[in-house]
Design a protein around this ligand. Structure first.
Ligand code: 3H9
Length: 714
């Protein structure tokens, strides 16, 4: 035994406590220690049963994910948990698994090797491996269907969603939910069953059924996986592994699972998703804003502007249980805003996302306001009025007067410089909180650091993002911040491609096949082509003369084709918002291109993807070097959560690493040669490519050398 496991005795019951902070992951040496403790318990005549419990905040969060990278790179040999789990299941004396916090992945597989499972009411169990691009690899796909039936096992293994302890009890996965002290309850339970036979999950057959009986379940699971997790291999592998539980004896089923697990583990998809898992946990680490930075308590908030964004943001706060004032300039605008919020909630109830009682309570938390009178009470205000510097500055001057000292003044601006701080007497309290549309759905929140934003204000917003169920990423204050600054070149290339002869739907199709949630042109139609058009008009003076600019979208806007809102944009929309190819657009663009003397040619799907995706990568590399993002992985997370980039490709920067930076750099050089200035390779990309390094290595080196300076707020 070793430091991972402690054994104590409680009146004939051995208590085996797993202690591997922070989440009791099954690091090398830990399973061996549990196995040894079980052997010891079996050899001790004074002991009749064992309880296995986790120290600290959780039972076992699964295999140690850090080990996977070492295994796939060949640094450490592949380890199997299966023999240890069999050793537990074959114990002569019963083993009770006592679960609090989470029993996830290998943690649930460990629990299922025990003879009984008890849990705290708040505990959760699950097989979330698919979210890491893998499948359960320690007989989870074989024991779970034996305990809960094929339908639930397929759902849990292919979708990865956790199940609460009471639900798991109803499924037969948990034998007793214990109110009060878990250890006391688990020891009492162990005494109750000590003299009974120890049931083995692997021998249970009652819930499995035949392949014919399960055919419809498996077919539906395949369909759902292809639709909801498009492009991902692990969900399909998980279904195949559960199917093996039906068609093969346990041992053979385990072998089939092992084969699928190994294929998934060594895939690029798994490496990408593991990169994101650790990246999401890195986000909170801001070099000059340490964990201990004090935060401002947020109990009441206000939102200025009840349009689509403002209303959505008010819902985000209400959904988190925070009372919110929603202000607009006149009764009519406010009524419209509140009506939209009610409609949004009603459709959530209809779709089964929320219960009516929850919605009623949330609506009570939103108080409409026509003046700033009640603003003296709020801890943070989010301004979400129309984009336009003059208006924003005047709102901030009003807020400065109306809000109490110490209140945070945040702007939801998406592109304007947050130097609106200058309109207030408290620039340290001013910050950007860039929500993505629809705000109540999208997880991303760019937190924009102003030149003078204080550390407390930054720490508060980062913490608040978690409370709101968002992924907060700290970014610097440049035009477009990180996400939209990169989106500009990406959509620019999409337009250029159409102007050079590609069909509108061919551009979108190539990027959807790459894995993006939507194509760039259809995305423009959804967001409203007029939004970018207005911004471009405001910034036209910044464009360098003589450099090619896309024209098609501006011309479409001049014709009143703003996208879905006018039923016409790049596509023509029917009353169900279905996009149809519009020959009129094709003819118009061809005519405009001829007038501009742009040579027309056949363009391959490969070129479409390279032009659009490498435009993201090149701009991302500039942002990184200019320190408007702290890490390459921060950029990746922004793209996954705000722009529908496929998670299994790990984000644009990780995707470039996977393709190989020399290859990406070379392609960008070709585009530079063909298309000139706009494609000048980013110096950082050039350096990394020439020295054989990756963005991930750049992140690691910066972090190890303490070079992660604060994000650029210039
Ligand atoms: C698996 O089990 C495969 C099996 O089938 C067996 C195959 C043979 N490993 O999330 P938090 C770290 S695959 C290593 O902020 P929370 C995390 O990086 C695994 N490290 O806490 C962070 O480190 P740091 C299947 C892990 O309270 C710290 O712990 N299991 C692991 O918000 C705190 O994490 C999963 O996918 C791990 N398994 O949430 C579960 N888990 O402080 C993954 C966490 O240095 N984990 N860390 O940044 C979770 O879902 C959440 O961590 C959990 C706690 C809900 C447990």
């Amino acid at each position: 035994m070793n430091n991972f496991v402690k054994v104590s005795r409680h009146d004939g019951v051995a208590v085996i406590t797993i202690d591997n902070p922070p989440v009791n992951a099954l690091s090398p040496g830990l399973p061996e220690a549990i196995g040894a403790a079980i052997d010891e318990m079996n050899a001790d005549p004074a002991v009749k049963a064992a309880v296995v419990i986790g120290a600290g905040r959780t039972f076992v969060a699964g295999a140690d994910i850090k080990e996977f990278g070492k295994m796939t790179s060949g640094a450490t040999p592949r380890r199997s948990l299966l023999p240890f789990l069999l050793r537990i299941e074959d114990s002569r004396k019963p083993v009770v698994m006592a679960i609090h916090g989470a029993a996830f992945g290998g943690g649930l597989e460990l629990a299922m090797a025990g003879h009984y499972r008890v849990a705290s009411p708040t505990a959760q169990v699950g097989q979330p491996e698919v979210k890491l691009g893998i499948i359960p690899g320690a007989a989870g796909t074989q024991r779970l269907p034996r305990l809960v039936g094929v339908a639930k096992a397929v759902e849990m293994c292919a979708e990865g969603k956790p199940v609460s302890a009471p639900d798991a009890a109803a499924l037969g996965l948990i034998d007793r939910v214990i109110d009060g002290d878990l250890l006391t309850g688990a020891v009492a339970f162990a005494r109750e069953i000590a003299d009974m036979p120890a049931p083995k999950a692997r021998e249970r057959m009652g819930k499995l059924g035949t392949l014919v009986e399960n055919a419809a379940i498996l077919a539906a699971a395949h369909d759902a996986a292809r639709k909801k997790q498009r492009g991902m291999k692990a969900p399909l592998a998980a279904i195949e592994a559960v199917e093996a539980a039906i068609t093969m004896p346990f041992e053979e089923g385990c072998q089939a699972e092992q084969k699928l697990f190994t294929e998934c583990l060594f895939s690029d998809q798994s490496k990408a998703l593991i990169h994101i898992f650790f990246g999401e946990r890195e986000l909170a680490k801001i070099p000059d804003v340490p964990k201990e930075t004090p935060v401002i308590p947020v109990n009441r908030v206000a939102v200025v502007g009840s349009g689509t964004m403002g209303g959505g943001i008010a819902m985000v706060f209400a959904n988190a249980g925070i009372p919110v004032l929603l202000k607009d300039v006149d009764e009519a605008a406010l009524d419209l805003g509140m009506e939209k919020i009610r409609k949004n909630y009603a459709s959530s109830v209809q779709r089964g996302r929320f219960k009516q009682a929850f919605v009623d309570e949330r609506l009570r938390l939103i108080t409409p306001a026509l003046s700033y009178d009640a603003f003296s009470d709020v801890d943070i205000v989010v301004e979400a009025v129309f984009e336009g510097m003059a208006l924003k500055k005047s709102v901030f001057a009003d807020l400065d007067r109306a809000c109490k000292p110490g209140a945070i003044l945040a702007s939801n601006t998406s592109t304007l410089n947050i130097e609106i701080a200058g309109a207030t007497s408290r620039p340290e309290a001013v910050i950007g909180t860039h929500f993505f549309s629809p705000a109540n759905v999208m997880r991303l929140l760019e937190i924009v650091r102003g030149k003078k934003s204080s550390k407390e204000v930054i720490a508060t917003c980062m913490q608040l993002s978690k409370r709101l169920g968002k992924i907060g990423v700290l970014v610097g204050n440049c035009r477009g911040f990180v996400g939209n600054r990169m989106f500009g070149p990406y959509r620019r290339e999409a337009q250029f491609l159409v102007e050079e002869g590609a069909d509108v739907e061919a551009v979108d199709k190539a990027l959807v096949e790459f894995g993006n949630a939507m194509g760039p042109l259809a995305t423009g139609d959804l967001a409203g082509l007029d939004v970018g058009w207005r911004i471009r008009k405001e910034y036209r003076h910044l464009e360098k003369p003589g450099i090619r600019q896309p024209f098609a979208e501006d011309r479409l806007c001049e014709l009143g084709r703003y996208g879905q809102k006018t039923m016409k944009g790049w596509y023509r929309y029917d009353e169900n918002r279905r996009a149809n190819v519009d020959p009129e657009v094709t003819a118009l663009v061809r005519k405009w291109s001829a007038e501009a003397e742009i040579p027309q040619r056949q363009i391959s799907a490969e070129e479409i993807v390279d032009r659009c995706i490498y435009a993201l990568v090149n701009e991302g590399a500039r942002i990184l070097e200019e320190r408007f993002a702290l890490r390459a992985v921060d950029i990746d997370i922004i793209y996954l959560n705000g722009y529908g980039f496929p998670a299994y490709r790990g984000g644009p920067m990780w995707h470039a690493d996977t393709v190989g930076l020399p290859k990406v750099y070379q392609r960008i050089c070709e585009f530079h040669h063909q298309h000139r200035e706009l494609w000048a390779p980013a110096p950082l990309l050039k350096r990394l490519a020439e020295s054989g390094k990756t963005f991930a290595e750049f992140d690691r080196e910066q972090s190890a050398a303490g070079l992660l300076e604060r994000v650029n707020s210039a």
